[in-house]
Design a protein around this ligand. Structure first.
Ligand code: GLU
Length: 446
């Protein structure tokens, strides 16, 4: 069965670029009837924080991504220790004692000679006595994975045939000298243990893939399928960072951006499908295909989010929005016609409160011309008011007063809503109802 994972480290708030990876995985799982694992890469105990993990969980759920399983690497060290033991036993994980300074100097010398700055495997030449002597000096080993020098091939779901010469890479450090794990090994061990079938992640991990395929082969015999997508950047081409907090999902939520707008923008930017508003993740999933993701840049304009968010709201069906309307206090028999009346006018969902106030609460009317409003009141039809009432009523007023266009409609809007502009009055009038309309036309707050 298809199983994918989204594996953020809880060291900050996730941003829209991280959401791109999350949506790619989630939509891929849905499309293939598979499951979606949320894995917190929290092996760095110092930088990882529980509040960030909780924030990520909240952000994902708010965007409609409910994980089938959540795991934390910090609770799985026994598995990593066992894998490290196995690698040591096979001679594929070897101790090194160079300090960061020594490695740096060595790299500089290599570069000066015009040689690639690849780790020279000097530690493999150490004898047991050498190692013992270094330990006596107080040095502690960090551990490197011995790469096989061969070409690693894989068929990337996004980038197609891919290859990396493992011989051109340094043997990666898997365990630091304080015994903590870097990302590489725990990720592979978990992908094996959780039976991950597809690893879909940003293209900043392409180089890791050569190393990880070798680890998969040693530890499990075979590697999963990989897909590396282009990273979202701002319009000026800058990358996004968890640290800056810019374009974090939490800040977009606070700014009133619709989650489905984030989903559409995060998923469709930088692909052959134009970014467009969607009414559900199912709809987005139907449009989504990893093979449509381009290899070029995935730039997006922050301003686009606001317009896409408004356009998303304008088309959202009542059934989708009903729970949020109830939460906002929009309840009762007229909730659905209210939504259909106002949605096309909303920039942000929060504005529903304002229009619900206009149709359901007390409004102070603005009376520009009392005589005109009284004449209109006299012509206001009896209940029930419906979607046709407005045109019949205003035709009658036009006939009697000779007014037309703005001079006819604008004073009625000011009196009925207390506002200069807003949704169509033909739709608002039946929602306001005759008693309130009549009171407002005669200048009373109602
Ligand atoms: N924790 C890694 C990251 O956030 C996960 C990479 C991966 O998906 O393998 O970049």
């Amino acid at each position: 069965m298809t199983c994918v994972r989204f594996a953020p480290s809880p060291t900050g708030n996730i941003h829209i670029g991280n959401a791109r990876t999350a949506f790619f995985n989630f939509l891929f799982a849905k499309k293939n009837g598979g499951s979606f694992v949320l894995r917190f890469d929290d092996t760095d105990l110092e930088r990882s924080r529980e509040e960030y993990a909780q924030g990520i969980d909240t952000d994902l759920r708010w965007m409609g991504i409910a994980p089938d399983l959540i795991v934390r690497q910090s609770q799985r060290f026994a598995l990593y220790d066992a894998a490290a033991q196995k690698l040591k036993g096979m001679g594929r994980l070897y101790p090194c004692y160079e300090t960061a300074d020594e490695l740096d100097r060595r790299r500089k010398r290599q570069i000066a000679r015009g040689a690639p700055p690849v780790y020279d495997r000097a530690a493999l030449q150490l004898t047991d006595d050498d190692r013992a002597a270094l330990e006596v000096q107080g040095r502690k080993a960090h551990w490197r994975f011995k790469l096989e020098e061969r070409t690693m091939h894989w068929k990337d779901l996004v980038r197609g045939e891919s290859r990396i010469e493992a011989g051109s890479l340094s043997d990666p450090v898997l365990i630091r000298e304080d015994g903590t794990y870097l990302y590489t090994l725990p990720s592979v061990v978990d992908d094996i243990d959780l039976k991950i079938t597809h690893v879909i992640r940003g293209e900043d991990h392409v180089t890791n893939t050569a190393v990880q395929i070798q680890l998969f082969e040693v530890l499990a015999g075979a590697a999963p399928i990989f897909g590396h997508h282009n990273l979202l950047t701002t319009a000026s081409g800058e990358g996004l960072s968890k640290r800056s907090g810019a374009l974090s999902i939490a800040s977009l939520r606070e700014a009133g951006i619709e989650p489905l707008a984030i989903a559409a923008l995060a998923t469709l930017t930088g692909s052959s499908d134009a970014v467009h508003p969607v009414a559900s993740l199912e709809e987005l999933g139907a449009a989504f295909d990893l093979s449509h993701v381009s290899r070029g840049a995935a730039r997006f304009d922050e301003a686009e989010l606001t317009t896409l968010s408004a356009r998303t709201l304008h088309a959202l069906p009542f059934a989708t929005i009903a729970p949020r309307l109830t939460e906002a206090g929009v309840t009762g028999a007229k909730a659905e016609s209210f939504w259909l009346a106002v949605r096309g006018n909303l920039e942000a969902f929060i504005d529903v409160r304002l229009w619900w106030h206009v149709v359901d609460q007390v409004v102070d009317p603005i009376i520009e011309d009392a005589d005109f409003c009284n004449a209109a009141l006299a012509l206001l039809p009896q209940e029930p008011l419906d979607l046709q009432t407005w045109s019949h009523w205003t035709s009658a007023i036009k006939e009697q007063t000779g007014r037309k266009g703005k001079t006819l409609f604008h004073p009625l809007r000011l009196a009925l809503t207390g506002r200069e502009s807003g949704p169509e009055l033909a739709q608002l009038l039946p929602l306001i109802g005759r008693p309130k309309a009549a009171a407002r036309l005669s200048g009373r707050s109602s």
